[in-house]
Design a binder for this molecule. Structure first.
Ligand SMILES: [Fe+2]
Ligand SMILES: [Fe+2]
Length: 258
């Protein structure tokens, strides 16, 4: 387990908080991110139940849980929400989540939804303290029906949730994508099977086209930087996936597997 600082300037930091080592996390390995601004923090996709103690330990290097101003959930999956009920006991921070997933959150043992902020389909702009702003950007059907990205205009980093996520073999690890062509084999099957359709992809590409992006930070696998950012977006914008490829009988036209 180790942290990777993606952006560091006086008063503002964007940290990949817990990059788990191969074999350390059951199931798919996931990234958790902490955005820090003048002693306050926002936690993005806190992770499943199993990683919660490790994520907390790493977070304590930077801030106390009570200094969290928000937790943001990109969507409803267990690798994101699984540890949330414990976080709710440690912090008073509001939890932002896509509005369509609210009725499902009680199934994670969350009874009191009063601390939750429903994010409308169009996304929203948030200001957590003076000068500490994040933009919640819609990315619906990529892969979840209600999905959010989070844009940090100071770090110029877009947290993309499962978009850009890589399924690296257990014996392979690298922190950044610099050579997109070499990275492609680890994302292709996942995107073809889990992403909904080229229509959803193209809506997202247009939505994020106005953002100034230095890095794409996914919830799984390495972070895209430099040329790899536009290389990835260019590849994705032409990708037939999900229902574009589906044929009767549960198969996919190009033999796609995740
Ligand atoms: Fe997911
Ligand atoms: Fe995920």
């Amino acid at each position: 387990m180790r942290n990777v600082t993606l952006f560091n300037a006086p008063g503002h930091r964007f940290v990949l908080l817990h990059e788990s080592e191969p074999g350390e996390e059951e199931g798919i390995r996931s990234n958790q991110y902490l955005v820090l601004h003048e002693g306050r923090g926002v936690l993005l996709d806190p992770g499943g139940f199993g990683v919660m103690p490790g994520v907390l330990t790493e977070l304590l290097q930077y801030i106390e849980p009570r200094e969290l101003k928000a937790i943001i959930l990109s969507h409803q999956d267990p690798d994101i929400v699984g540890g949330l009920s414990t976080w709710l006991e440690l912090t008073e921070a509001p939890v932002y989540a896509p509005c369509i997933w609210f009725r499902f959150l009680p199934h994670y043992g969350i009874r009191d939804l009063s601390r939750f902020v429903p994010v409308p389909d169009e996304g929203m702009a948030c200001e957590f303290s003076p000068g500490f702003q994040l933009k919640l950007v819609p990315a619906h059907f990529l892969h979840s029906e209600g999905q959010l990205n989070v844009y940090d205009p100071i770090a110029r980093i877009l947290f993309t949730g499962d978009i850009g996520g890589a399924m690296l073999p257990s014996d392979l690890e690298y922190e950044f994508v610099d050579d997109f062509a070499r990275h492609l084999p680890y994302i292709e099957g996942f995107h073809r099977r889990y992403m909904c359709s080229i229509r959803a992809v193209q809506c997202w590409v247009e939505t994020v086209s106005g953002l100034d992006i230095d890095m794409l930070a996914p919830q799984h696998g390495p972070v895209y930087r430099g040329r790899a950012v536009q290389d990835f977006i260019g590849w994705l914008s032409n990708l037939k996936c999900g229902i574009d490829l589906m044929v009767p009988g549960g198969r996919f036209a190009d033999g796609t597997r995740s």
